[in-house]
Design a protein around this ligand. Structure first.
Ligand SMILES: *[C@@H]1O[C@H](CO)[C@@H](O)[C@H](O)[C@H]1NC(C)=O
Ligand SMILES: *[C@@H]1O[C@H](CO)[C@@H](O)[C@H](O)[C@H]1NC(C)=O
Ligand SMILES: *[C@@H]1O[C@H](CO)[C@@H](O)[C@H](O)[C@H]1NC(C)=O
Ligand SMILES: *[C@@H]1O[C@H](CO)[C@@H](O)[C@H](O)[C@H]1NC(C)=O
Ligand SMILES: *[C@@H]1O[C@H](CO)[C@@H](O)[C@H](O)[C@H]1NC(C)=O
Ligand SMILES: *[C@@H]1O[C@H](CO)[C@@H](O)[C@H](O)[C@H]1NC(C)=O
Length: 414
């Protein structure tokens, strides 16, 4: 049906093609599974998993993955790069356009520039995230980095084609990008609080820096760490409550904002459920629920529901996100747990504390972060201030797909 319609009027097929591109956002392929059938690419496949690129690839359509065999992968691994540099290098091998074997051999004017996933992450300066594909004499196809004039690798064969969702092709060698391979500071050298301070979470960072909890964060950064930083206005408003906690409570509150594992944005979107935190010291203690609603990821304690508003840092094994509420664990804020039934006003304070409690309540009411999770006024403001790395990635991808005529041309070949 789709096929016949596409063969119809050019205008009609254009509309269909665009529609097709817009619709095809759901996961339709599984790169891990596709490559499992080909043991000669098992190392490449393994690293797509350990770098968490596999889910990013599965989320996209109209892409080409340029794989190399196990011996070419050993050359890359011999360089002993960090997992972060390996991730950058492999993401340079994911082209944001569909190149089947046929199209590779029919490139208009013999040369095409393809944007890559490395370019789309924003980590690639200048043109370092583009790959130049050239049709050579004798039906050969060469691949090179845009900046180098050399042909760095040759097309070997088509591995899997799922038109026009994903094409997997083998190339002879890893594309040697110094930019992608550049070393990053090792996680143990990262100044986590410095990074947070510079990106809208200064109050949280300073509080963390002044606490012993900072050590727990630094120690975990080596093996894997995800941090959720409340934005400055919300953490500032929370400070009176923070100061009221016991010494142990303060540490638990801060550690509650970290997970002892790395989570990319797409992992957070797909792994809904209860998660342990750095504060967890036994079963069901200091945990919360990660729940996505489409593209929005929320963190739900029994007391509040916070929303992830942006990606502050994503350098595996460390990811830092901004959130719009302070995460209050039920262990420390029992009194604030909202009643399940449509209950009336909050419980009254003990008479002895009355004057104190009264003034505190006033403060609380004046802050943007009200106690009930049902409150919404603070939901909208910070959301747009920080960039969501993931959204940007996809936007770039679409811009490329829609601007490049090659994706459409491929579809029109139907
Ligand atoms: C391509 O992706 C779309 C949308 O994700 C899906 O509906 C379709 O079945 C996929 N095509 C093939 C051949 O798998
Ligand atoms: C993809 O395939 C692999 C291996 O077959 C499997 O372990 C994994 O769960 C699949 N992923 C998804 C998202 O289905
Ligand atoms: C191909 O080359 C011709 C002549 O140099 C030029 O006019 C045209 O724009 C080129 N097409 C593409 C897609 O680069
Ligand atoms: C792509 O590579 C070929 C061969 O090295 C070169 O002639 C061409 O100018 C390159 N194109 C771009 C856009 O870099
Ligand atoms: C980290 O950055 C913060 C704020 O920029 C600074 O106060 C602190 O001294 C730095 N720590 C290290 C170990 O460099
Ligand atoms: C501080 O603790 C006291 C005693 O537990 C409580 O009554 C008061 O409301 C707390 N103040 C704040 C700001 O949470």
């Amino acid at each position: 049906m789709l096929l016949q319609l596409c063969r119809g009027a050019a205008a009609g097929s254009f509309v269909l093609a665009v529609l097709f591109l817009v619709i095809s956002t759901a996961t339709a392929h599984n790169i891990t599974k596709l490559l499992e059938k080909h043991p000669e690419f098992s190392t490449f496949n393994h690293y797509l998993t350990t770098t968490h690129l596999a889910p990013e690839i599965n989320r996209r359509t109209t892409i080409t993955v340029c794989v190399v065999d196990n011996s070419a992968m050993s050359d890359l691994l011999a360089k002993q790069l960090s997992i972060y540099s390996i991730k950058n290098t492999l993401s340079l091998h994911v082209l944001l356009d569909y190149f089947g074997a046929k199209k590779l051999h029919q490139i208009t004017n013999g040369t095409a520039l393809a944007a890559t996933m490395f370019q789309a992450t924003g980590s690639a300066p200048g043109s370092s995230g583009f790959v130049n594909i050239t049709d050579l004499k004798g039906g050969k196809v060469g691949f090179g980095l845009q900046d180098s004039d050399d042909i760095d690798a040759m097309f070997v064969k088509s591995v899997e084609e799922v038109p026009y969702n994903i094409s997997i092709i083998q190339i002879s060698k890893i594309l040697p990008s110094q930019v992608a391979e550049a070393p990053t500071p090792s996680p143990s050298e990262m100044n986590l609080t410095g990074i947070m301070s510079a990106h809208g979470c200064k109050v949280f960072a300073e509080t963390l820096q002044a606490s012993d909890a900072v050590k727990t964060f630094q120690e975990n950064a080596i093996g894997g760490l995800t941090v959720f930083c409340p934005l400055d206005d919300v953490f500032k408003a929370f400070l009176p409550k923070y100061k009221n906690l016991t010494a142990a409570g303060k540490i638990s509150l801060l550690e509650y904002h970290g997970l002892p594992v790395y989570n990319s944005m797409s992992m957070l979107k797909s792994n809904n459920g209860v998660t342990n935190t750095l504060a967890t010291d036994g079963a069901n203690k200091y945990d919360f629920v990660v729940q996505n609603d489409g593209e929005v990821v929320t963190l739900q304690t029994k007391v509040v529901t916070a929303k992830i508003t942006g990606t502050l840092l994503d350098e595996q094994p460390v990811a830092i996100y901004t959130i719009d509420k302070v995460l209050k664990p039920r262990e420390l804020f029992k009194k604030e747990i909202p009643a399940p039934a449509p209950a009336p006003a909050p419980e009254t304070e003990k008479p002895a504390d009355a004057p104190k409690a009264h003034s505190h309540r006033h403060k609380g009411a004046a802050t943007p972060e009200a106690d009930s999770p049902a409150d919404s006024p603070s939901d909208e403001d910070p959301a747009d201030q920080t960039t969501d790395g993931n959204g940007a990635v996809r936007l770039n991808g679409w811009r490329f797909v829609l601007a490049g005529t090659s994706g459409l041309a491929a579809l029109l070949l139907l």
